[in-house]
Design a protein around this ligand. Structure first.
Ligand code: C5P
Length: 235
């Protein structure tokens, strides 16, 4: 068969939400569907890449030709990504929870008292405080210079305001090469939806992609990654 644009290249993709346990039956999570990341994984595999998809809990089928590693928490996702190295490119689309519960309960938490409630909505009778601790930043750690740093690291940013300045600042802070930012402010339906509007940033370029299906965005990014590895474009 003809040589494909990404054959011989390995690509790591993170996707989906993470879930951080509060106790054995409850967790803290977010509204990520995983669709954009799965579309990117599928598009890279279709161009011949060897794709590892590290995925939080989603309802999506594993794209054809993709090796999926299922994880639940941010710490699991971080460990699975480190275990997948070295790779040629890493693309972080996962909505990683920023925080985890410091000490998840080993047994299901009981209600404060299984007795008649005395509180009102305005003045609750009791409250619960959870101590949260910071999760590892997977994108920032993959971007850090070192022998295992992928040749190309791509991040995402969901912003509700000042899209370009926040995205530029985020690209620099994380240390990734390219960053795809989207506006998730009121009125947008990015989460779980089929389409996305991307502001594409590199160190030197800013390009607004028109509103497109997530599958098309996946193919556009995979094509650009292939162009990078064939030497047609710079980081
Ligand atoms: O900081 P923020 O969550 O906005 O950054 C978004 C980007 O960073 C995404 O690419 C996301 O996958 C990645 N990220 C990560 N690990 C975290 C937080 C974010 O890989 N703990």
């Amino acid at each position: 068969p003809a040589r494909q644009p990404l054959s011989g290249r390995s690509v790591l993709v993170t996707a989906g939400p993470t879930q951080e346990p509060i106790d054995p039956v409850r967790f803290i999570a977010n509204r990520s569907s995983g669709r954009q990341g799965y579309a990117i994984a599928a598009a890279c595999a279709a161009l011949g890449a060897e794709v590892t998809l590290v995925s939080g809990p989603t309802n999506l089928p594993c794209p054809e030709g993709v090796r999926r590693i299922d994880v639940t928490t941010a710490c699991d996702m971080d460990a699975a990504c480190k275990a997948a190295l070295p790779v040629d490119a890493a693309i972080c689309t996962a909505a990683v929870g920023d925080w985890r519960v410091a000490e998840p309960a080993l047994q299901k938490r009981k209600k404060p008292h299984e007795k008649p409630r005395t509180g009102t909505a305005a003045q609750p009778a009791s409250s619960l405080t959870l101590t949260l601790v910071e999760n590892p930043d997977i994108l920032a750690s993959l971007s850090r210079p070192g022998p295992d740093r992928p040749a190309l690291v791509v991040g995402f940013a969901a912003e509700t305001e000042a899209l370009e300045s926040h995205a530029r600042e985020k690209r620099q802070r994380k240390g990734c090469d390219w960053l795809l930012a989207n506006d998730v402010g009121a009125g947008s339906s990015v989460f779980g939806g089929d389409r996305n509007t991307i502001l594409f940033l590199t160190a030197t370029e800013t390009t607004l992609w028109p509103e497109l299906p997530k599958a098309t965005i996946g193919r556009a990014l995979a094509d650009r990654i292939a162009a990078f590895f064939s030497g047609h474009i710079a980081r």
